[in-house]
Design a protein around this ligand. Structure first.
Ligand SMILES: NC(=O)c1ccc[n+]([C@@H]2O[C@H](COP(=O)([O-])OP(=O)(O)OC[C@H]3O[C@@H](n4cnc5c(N)ncnc54)[C@H](OP(=O)(O)O)[C@@H]3O)[C@@H](O)[C@H]2O)c1
Length: 372
């Protein structure tokens, strides 16, 4: 642990665990020399032996409604996604718990789990049992923000949500199932895509009683091409959505990290609106003390969840495990709104979408609906 804590920790200070997603680029952000010298397989290999890392102090998250200001820390679990999926889960838990203990020593009163640290094993339950501070995965707010991005994409494309066919890729997962639950009340047809028939059917059975939409289950990614609105949120470690999977004029919101949508889609399909879901504008003059690749004052939705809870003074394990309720999503969305968190402008592959890009896709969509 190398960093300063800027005086006494506050009563609502939080910590958030990050980890390398793109091994070379992310290691370089903290250790420029190591990131430059080590080849990717070596980073994957050595990541299991690295201790948790203090990254930075976060200052200046300020509620628009109450004026309360909170701060916290980024701490890093050194494991890459590939390592988290290949090591025995008990070893991965140990590393995440060690990182959580670093957060406790710094003075954090609440801990957020980033990216794969919330995906492995039982999605935070075991980790929280071994720590003395509450833990949240951030998945409830991630669902809320992703759906807001899908609705905004639909608005930009003149797609009427209530008459649309939507698809969720990764519909058997924590985020995918909760998002599907809410979308089932909003769209005309909803395609739930997973890898395993029985798991997909279990989600269909759970959603059916309250669904407005006609529900369809699928294990074929090719069914994505039937949807005008797509939310993709698998935990695959590489891209799974390729150019041929997409329908012209569709909105594709990708909240998976690493991404589900291949870089080829950006190069070859300028007739599809691909948007990065899950990025929010943080209220106040927030300084993260570390460049994690986002524009100033913006954060992942899962980071924002821990900030919202801290601003609200709710030191509790708000989201743990894979059963996220609609109520949890709606409550955190309302709290986020009250404190001034907003969906950041539409972006794709880490760059802002220009008016021209959006207009081009909209024109393609209009052409398509004129000549079906
Ligand atoms: N943007 C943000 O702010 C944010 C916040 C939190 C999480 N995330 C990201 O969201 C993603 C999902 O998180 P989660 O907590 O919902 O995970 P999860 O509960 O483990 O669910 C993962 C889903 O992906 C499917 N899947 C796994 N590997 C796959 C593959 N190779 N091909 C196709 N489908 C695959 C799983 O299907 P099976 O049922 O068949 O296993 C399951 O439906 C992760 O990438 C995570 O990093 C992003």
């Amino acid at each position: 642990m190398s960093g300063q804590t800027h005086g006494e920790p506050g009563p609502y200070d939080f910590a958030f665990i990050i980890h390398p997603l793109d091994p070379k680029a992310d290691v370089k952000r903290k250790y420029p020399l190591l990131g430059t010298l080590l080849p990717v397989p070596a980073i994957h290999f050595f990541s299991q032996f690295f201790p948790p890392v203090y990254i930075s102090r976060i200052e200046g998250v300020r509620s628009e409604s109450t004026g309360r200001t909170v701060g916290g820390w980024f701490v890093a679990c050194p494991l890459t996604p590939e390592r988290m999926l290949s090591l025995p889960v008990e070893r991965v838990y140990r590393k995440i718990i060690q990182t959580g203990r670093l957060a406790e020593r710094l003075g954090a009163r609440l801990l957020g789990l980033g990216a794969y640290t919330s995906v492995v094993g039982d999605a935070g339950i075991t980790v929280s049992r071994h720590l003395s501070i509450p833990v949240t995965t951030g998945d409830s707010y991630t669902v809320a923000v992703a759906l807001e991005a899908v609705r905004e994409g639909a608005r930009q494309m003149d797609i009427e949500v209530e008459r649309a066919t939507a698809a969720v890729v990764g519909a058997t997962g924590a985020i995918g199932r909760a998002a599907a639950h809410i979308l089932a009340g909003e769209v005309q047809e909803l395609i739930l895509i997973g890898r395993d028939v029985s798991r997909v059917e279990a989600v269909l059975d759970a959603l059916r009683p309250a669904s407005r939409a006609r529900l369809v289950g699928s294990t074929r990614l090719d069914d994505v091409a039937r949807a005008e609105l797509v939310l993709t949120v698998s935990s695959a470690i590489g891209a799974i959505i390729e150019p041929h999977h997409l329908r012209s004029g569709a909105v594709m919101c990708d909240i998976a990290r690493p991404r589900d949508v291949s870089a080829r889609v950006a190069q070859e399909r300028d007739d599809v609106l691909v948007i990065d879901g899950g990025m929010v504008q943080v209220p106040g003059e927030v300084d993260f003390g570390f460049d994690f690749g986002f524009p100033p004052h913006t954060a992942y939705a899962c980071m924002a969840e821990v900030m919202i809870l801290a601003l609200e003074g709710r030191l509790e394990s708000y989201t743990l495990g894979r059963d996220i309720t609609v109520e949890q999503v709606q409550t955190i969305a309302r709290l986020g709104q009250q404190h001034g968190f907003r969906l950041a402008g539409l972006r794709a592959f880490d760059r802002p979408l220009t008016e021209e890009q959006i207009a081009r896709v909209r024109a393609r969509r209009r052409q398509q609906s004129q000549y079906p």
